[in-house]
Design a protein around this ligand. Structure first.
Ligand SMILES: [Cu+2]
Length: 603
């Protein structure tokens, strides 16, 4: 018993000693390898950015930026890189029935897109309004081609499929036969609709799409049923049957209260609203000679503000925030152009409770394209009106750098001066609208002075695009003097070039790569041959005589080594031969040896 204890104790200690020695030895042996790896990193690769778009090329006629009058419609200056077509604005203000044929031909609107008539209250502006809307798919597919068609990029190379309400158009949906890009009237977000308080408005939904849709007039004064006894609320379950493909439906309203409201599809709203069937609907206060801009395609600057807005503000901007789940927006692409499969994937397989948004847009674009279309231009001491819709699936926290704007209206309602709140983050839950008064008075409270001030949703993921930042719904408030004649902000920071390259949005370009000569924040070049960065021992110069002596010695050694190898080979061969002959004897000896050294623990 005592013996067994001693034996085991001894063996255990022996095992521990062996283990410690072994581990220490391995660590010592690897030390060199690790120290080698730590000091000999591969060099940085030069990642190619690929093609870079211009911040602003002349996409549109530069003359469109100027202040001008078209068919009697006064159109404000727009300093944007990509301003709206003045002919479109004239048609939106006077109606497609109230402009010249030349102006109508300079648009792509259908002749009956907007019909204005009947000054029923005799105050100098039309009071009967007919607006015809179609439903358009962007970045969808066609049986005729492999690539997406009628494209609309929210950022370089980013093309989620959208469904949008669009003004009734004529001609091709693309820019030309050779360009797949959508014509400028077909885009996200759905157009802002503007009517005057007490107008009688017919909104005609011509369903040109392959799925049923409707229009719900969210927050806008409208009767549940119209005079003909048809539902007017746009809800399939309670109001009227959804508008089937190829059918049309007219909604009739006479809104008594002004304000910033909302319209959206109420068919499968958990998918149809995020697919893009949502827009801002504004009822302007009634004033004499108040010709309002019936549509603001793509939102942004209102180039013909209403009389009531111009009483208080120099300019007005419509800001429509939207988000998109990549997975939802790819359903159409996965469904082989078959409406049955699209409906199946969207209605029965896609689960919005598992959804995560990947794209965040302001007025249909993500940064940097917001710089072309959705800048807010300011001048010192000016007041500018912002109408903001949260069309996201989640909450939004609107923050404007350098300013503390005042909220004047909540969901279109002016609750009186005691409700006017001034702050630098305005929280909005989905579907909410706020009207903001942005002041350029440099008093340290309203404004901190002139400059280029970023504005964005402060929910951090909103300034990413498919997970890559900085993108998302970032845009800028730009003061006069900080923008050039092409509408490009004179920024003072890092190069914007990577943001205008597709590689950036695929996550392939290290954004700080080119800021130092050795690209210390680039990517490691894993294909590079690793060479030690330093040589510790200096090599002395060698004399000619020493070289000759060394060569002679090498020759001599080489000869003797050949003879030695030959002799060694012969001896080895003889030994092997003897071993084969005497193999039985050797096996018996080895077996005996193993048995004599085997376990010998007393039982
Ligand atoms: Cu719909």
């Amino acid at each position: 018993m005592v013996y067994r204890f001693l034996n085991q104790h001894f063996r255990g200690r022996c095992m521990r000693k062996t283990l410690i020695t072994f581990t220490g030895g391995v660590a010592f042996a690897l030390m060199h390898t690790f120290s080698h790896a730590a000091t000999e990193l591969p060099p940085s690769a030069k990642v190619d950015l690929g093609p870079v778009e211009e911040v602003c090329s002349e996409f549109t006629d530069p003359a469109w930026r100027k202040e001008q009058t078209v068919d009697g419609v006064k159109i404000q200056e727009s300093k944007l890189c990509n301003p709206d077509n003045p002919a479109d604005i004239a048609a939106f203000v006077k109606g497609t029935n109230g402009i010249s044929m030349d102006t109508l031909m300079a648009t792509q609107l259908a002749a009956d897109a907007i019909t204005l008539s009947d000054d029923t209250d005799g105050d100098g502006d039309p009071d009967k309004i007919v607006i015809k809307l179609e439903v358009v798919e962007l970045n969808g597919h066609s049986p005729d081609m492999k690539d997406q068609t009628t494209t609309f990029d929210i950022a370089p190379g980013i093309q989620p499929t959208f469904w949008v309400y669009a003004p009734k158009t004529r001609d091709m949906s693309t820019k030309s036969l050779y360009e797949l890009e959508a014509n400028p009237l077909l885009r996200a977000p759905s157009p802002v609709i503007r009517v005057e308080q007490d107008d009688v408005v017919w909104i005609v939904l011509e369903n040109t799409h392959y799925l049923p849709h409707s229009i719900h007039l969210h927050g806008i004064d409208h009767p549940f049923m119209n005079h003909a006894g048809n539902g007017n609320d746009g809800v399939g379950q309670t109001s009227n049957m959804d508008t089937m493909p190829g059918e049309s439906k007219t909604y009739v309203i006479k809104p008594r209260q002004p304000g910033t409201m909302y319209y959206h599809c109420h068919v499968q709203p958990h998918t149809h609203i995020p697919m893009g069937l949502q827009g801002i609907f504004i009822v302007e206060e009634n004033r004499p000679n108040n010709w309002v801009q019936t549509l603001n395609v793509g939102a942004g600057q209102v180039r013909h503000p209403s009389v009531a807005v111009l009483e208080k503000y120099a300019r007005e901007y419509d800001l429509h925030y939207q988000s998109a789940d990549k997975e939802l927006h790819e359903v159409v692409a996965r469904s082989a152009n078959d409406p049955r499969l699209i409906a199946k994937h969207m209605n029965t397989e896609y689960d919005t409770t598992d959804a995560t948004d990947d794209y965040f847009m302001l007025n249909g674009r993500s940064f940097p394209y917001t710089l072309r279309e959705s800048l807010i231009h300011m001048e010192e001491n000016q007041q500018v009106k912002l109408r903001v819709l949260n069309g996201h699936t989640e909450s939004l926290a609107l923050h404007i750098h350098g300013h503390k704007p005042t909220v004047t209206h909540y969901d279109g309602v002016d609750n009186g001066p005691s409700s006017y709140i001034q702050r630098d983050v305005h929280g909005m839950v989905p579907a909410q609208r706020i009207d903001l008064s942005l002041s350029g008075v440099d008093d340290g409270l309203n404004s901190f002075g002139q400059g280029i001030w970023m504005f964005h949703d402060h929910v951090e993921k909103s300034f990413t695009t498919d997970g890559h930042g900085e993108g998302g719904d970032i845009s800028l408030v730009v003061y006069k003097g900080f923008v050039d004649e092409k509408g490009i902000p004179s920024a003072h920071g890092m190069s914007l070039a990577p943001y205008f390259a597709k590689s950036m949005w695929k996550g392939k370009y290290p954004i700080w790569q080119d800021y130092d000569a050795w690209r210390s924040l680039g990517l490691p070049d894993l294909n590079a041959e690793i060479k030690p960065a330093k040589v510790a021992v200096q090599t002395p110069a060698v004399k000619e005589s020493e070289v000759q002596a060394a060569a002679a010695l090498a020759e001599q050694q080489d000869e003797s080594s050949v003879f030695e190898k030959l002799l060694f080979g012969v001896i080895l061969g003889l030994l092997a031969y003897a071993a084969v002959l005497k193999r039985k004897l050797i096996i018996a000896a080895v077996t005996k040896f193993i048995h004599s050294k085997g376990p010998n623990i007393p039982q």
